[in-house]
Design a protein around this ligand. Structure first.
Ligand code: ACO
Length: 436
């Protein structure tokens, strides 16, 4: 059987044969090329058939070898490695290397990579002045987006995106400086002096240091919380072609420098339907307030008044594997921090929702944001830092996807088509002739 698709255009009676392509798994990711549809025309002046796909519900925008998701089976793999194995056995910087370079590092490579990231965590002192310029109650995500974009002005060579060595340098800088900027945004918000990076600490440990250090000479991160933060960073490091990654690739396709691309991706992540969802989950659990008020809340969700935040996913139509890992991790955190009373509401809400036909029939399961917020809150992070915590590790995925896009000879500047639905040509009417 040939790997082709036969299309008959009933307007003309013409028949077309389009080749079918495949990814690694024939049963997952077979495709026809959108551009092949252009030959299908009703007449000589016809532009050719477009595929209309708002929100890219069924459009592959690229070929990628970074992350694999099988949403029906709840599978997530980075470069082939199951997320569960990486969460249990790896650490964030090793995972970042894996995403960016395609293979797990040797001991020597990991040492070098860790050294490089560790020694690029400082930001230019002028960044502090930037930060000071934000209003006292600025949302840290807004401060992060603005400040990462501003980094572009500090590293003008970053515009040379076709030089792999220059790209590599910006990648190290971005991975290393995101936690510093994130922590500075927080410290500004709460009116505390900025805490500088401590090169003796791990990536996650240093972030806790920059966030929470007060008068102690040397900050000692709690090893359990450091490990849990590492896992949270691993789980959030990449997620193939989601909204923010698509923003990264779209902006990057115009050959803008990586700092402004990351700022654009972080802006996409800020929205409540994406990285802002864990913030919304926490607010929702606080609004519910007690277990006995859950049924009434679920009734209102089902009536369409609002959505259950942290539930549902464009891709996962089975349990989000990241949510499962976090659900198991939560008790370890609470042993250190004390129990977060919102966990009881979350567990009960999940139980009720998963027994309800509304959620079952729509395949709505908890996503990664459902439990991450409860853990972050118990660790002492304020709610508006949640999307920032998401952005810190995701920068590794964004950059891996950005480089893959730049090296892909099939990619061009991203420029979708539209189906025009507006007025036909008409002529300008002077203001005085337009009537009331
Ligand atoms: N609560 C209640 N109903 C929901 C929810 C929800 N959280 N999510 C989807 N639905 C319903 C929709 O109303 C719709 O029902 P209908 O067919 O009767 O109209 C159906 O399920 C399908 O929903 P869509 O909006 O078509 O699903 P889509 O794939 O476009 O949306 C999304 C995915 C945005 C994640 C959605 O599920 C949602 O808004 N969830 C809440 C926000 C959230 O948790 N976002 C985090 C996503 S994970 C991440 O970014 C890391």
């Amino acid at each position: 059987m040939p790997d082709t698709l036969t299309i008959i255009d009933n307007r003309t009676g013409k028949q077309y044969e389009l080749p079918i392509g495949y990814g690694v798994y024939p049963e997952y990711g077979s495709f026809i090329r959108g551009a092949d549809l252009r030959q299908i025309k009703a007449g000589p002046d016809d532009f050719g058939l477009l595929s209309y796909d708002p929100a890219y519900m069924n459009t592959a925008s690229c070929k990628s070898s970074i992350t694999f998701i099988d949403g029906d089976r709840g599978i997530l793999r980075y470069r082939g490695y199951p997320i569960e194995e990486l969460a249990e056995r790896s650490n964030f910087l090793e995972v970042a290397y894996l995403l960016l370079r395609g293979e797990l590092p040797t001991a020597q490579q990991l040492e070098r990579w860790t050294w490089e990231v560790t020694h690029h965590t400082f930001v230019h002192e002028s960044i502090k002045k930037f930060m000071d310029g934000f209003h006292y109650d600025a949302h840290p995500m807004g401060a992060l987006v603005g400040t990462v974009a501003a980094l572009s002005t500090f590293y003008p060579e970053a515009r040379n995106i076709s030089d792999p060595e220059i790209r590599a340098r910006q990648i190290v800088r971005l991975v290393a400086k995101m936690p510093t900027i994130a922590a500075f945004a927080y410290r500004h918000r709460v009116g505390m002096p900025y805490a500088y990076p401590d090169n003796d600490l791990s990536f996650a440990g240093n972030f806790l240091n920059m966030m929470f250090k007060t008068t102690e000479l040397k900050y000692q991160p709690n090893p359990v919380l450091e490990r849990v933060l590492n896992v949270l960073f691993i789980l959030h490091a990449d997620h193939e072609q989601n909204c923010s990654t698509s923003a990264m690739r779209n902006v990057g396709s115009s050959h803008a420098d990586p700092y402004v691309c990351v700022a654009a991706a972080a802006a996409a992540l800020y929205g409540p339907l994406h990285g802002g969802a864990n913030e919304q989950v926490l607010r929702m659990l606080q609004e519910i307030g007690s277990v006995d008020r859950i049924p009434e809340y679920v009734r209102r969700v089902k009536a369409g008044e609002f959505r259950l935040m942290g539930f549902g996913h464009r891709v996962y139509k089975n349990y989000d594997p990241r949510a499962r890992i976090l659900r198991e991790l939560a008790p370890q955190v609470f042993e250190v921090t004390g129990r977060n009373p919102l966990l009881d509401i979350a567990v009960e809400l999940e139980r009720i929702a998963l027994e309800d036909d509304y959620f079952i029939s729509r395949k709505l399961y908890p996503n990664v944001d459902f439990y991450s917020g409860i853990i972050y809150q118990a660790m002492g992070f304020p709610v508006d830092m949640f999307p920032v915590l998401f952005a810190i590790p995701r920068v590794a995925g964004w950059l891996a996807q950005w480089e893959e896009m730049l090296e892909d000879s099939e990619q061009r500047i991203a420029r979708p088509r539209q189906v025009y639905t507006g007025a036909d040509e008409r002529h300008y009417v002077p203001l005085e002739e337009r009537g009331a």
